[in-house]
Write a protein that binds this ligand. Structure first.
Ligand SMILES: NC(=O)C1=CN([C@@H]2O[C@H](COP(=O)(O)OP(=O)(O)OC[C@H]3O[C@@H](n4cnc5c(N)ncnc54)[C@H](OP(=O)(O)O)[C@@H]3O)[C@@H](O)[C@H]2O)C=CC1
Ligand SMILES: O=C(O)C1=N[C@H](C(=O)O)C[C@H](O)C1
Length: 269
């Protein structure tokens, strides 16, 4: 069995720590490097220290050192960090699993372009449950296309910096696509003041931030005399980490190109 060498960016972050733990406990992958931002107190610390383990892999900010020998970089950082790593990985043939959310259109275009040089899995949510939920939403949206108002409600921890979540936006895109609409034209991101009556063609978003909520998403289809709610609730980041490792294993056998978790999980029609 070939051991897959994986480097982790954002190594001291919430997802970085969870990914390192998942890699250290998986038999078929090896932690080849760990990256964090220059000036981070984590630089020079053993990547296993937060888990009470010594791995011999020190957290680096130098990409030449942190990515030496890596087959794949798993990146859950910030858009500016991911885009910096992307240039390096594309130039050095290192595949990427990108979980970072909050990219603007130019950032997404840069990822699409880099996928001409390397294999990339880019997904706002790596959990199996959320990706199956996308399929349920596609089916529900087609059935509730008339007479049901669609609202997406998401809740996350107090440290999250982007809103709505990448997952909520993807849910909106899946639903809009199933209804033959473009999310850009029909999304309503929050309401305040005298808003007027609800336009039935819109998809509304509501964001909650607080405490240590890992990630909750609910899509409400509100009709007359009934409402349907499709919810996914994460209780641990472990599902994102395990999904990311599945994505890295998947990339090991793929040609260059841009993939998502629907490709990884075989959920595409
Ligand atoms: N796709 C998915 O399944 C999931 C996606 N996410 C997304 O992953 C991202 C990270 O989430 P989370 O782990 O909670 O965040 P954290 O803030 O806990 O971790 C981010 C890590 O990235 C580092 N970082 C910040 N800026 C840069 C930069 N410019 N270059 C390199 N590294 C940088 C941080 O360093 P420092 O602390 O020193 O700033 C930190 O180590 C978010 O975009 C989030 O939405 C999260 C969970 C699941
Ligand atoms: O920041 C987080 O925590 C999460 N971010 C992702 C998103 O924006 O959808 C995925 C998950 O919800 C956790």
């Amino acid at each position: 069995m070939m051991t897959l060498k994986i480097a982790v960016a954002g190594a001291s972050g919430r997802m970085g720590r969870m990914l390192i733990e998942a890699i250290l406990t998986a038999p078929d992958v090896e932690l080849s490097g760990a990256l964090d931002v220059p000036g981070s107190p984590a630089i020079g610390v053993d990547a296993g220290a937060a888990l009470g383990q010594r791995t011999g892999v020190m957290i680096q900010s130098d990409l030449d050192k942190g990515l030496a020998g890596a087959d794949c970089l798993i990146d859950f950082t910030r858009p500016e960090g991911t885009l910096h790593h992307l240039q390096y990985c594309a130039a050095h043939g290192i595949k990427m699993v990108i979980g970072t959310t909050g990219f603007d259109e130019a950032g997404k275009a840069a990822i699409r372009q880099a996928a001409g040089q390397i294999g990339i899995v880019f997904a706002p949510n790596m959990s199996v449950g959320v990706n199956v939920t996308f399929k349920l939403l596609e089916m529900a949206a087609k059935s509730f296309s008339e007479g049901y108002d669609i609202e997406i409600i998401e809740a996350h921890h107090r440290h999250k910096v982007d809103a709505p979540s990448g997952t909520a936006l993807k849910m909106g895109e899946v639903i809009a696509h199933a209804l033959g609409r473009d999310l850009k034209d029909c999304a309503v991101y929050g309401r305040e003041g005298v808003t007027g009556e609800r336009d039935p063609s819109t998809i509304g978003f509501a964001t909650v931030r607080g405490g240590d909520i890992v990630g909750d998403h609910t899509v409400l289809f509100a009709g007359t005399g009934e409402r349907i709610e499709i919810s996914h609730k994460s209780s641990s980041r472990v599902s994102y980490a395990h999904g990311s490792l599945r994505a890295a294993r998947f990339l090991a056998h793929q040609a260059n190109g841009l993939y998502d978790m629907q490709d990884v999980l075989g959920l595409k029609d």
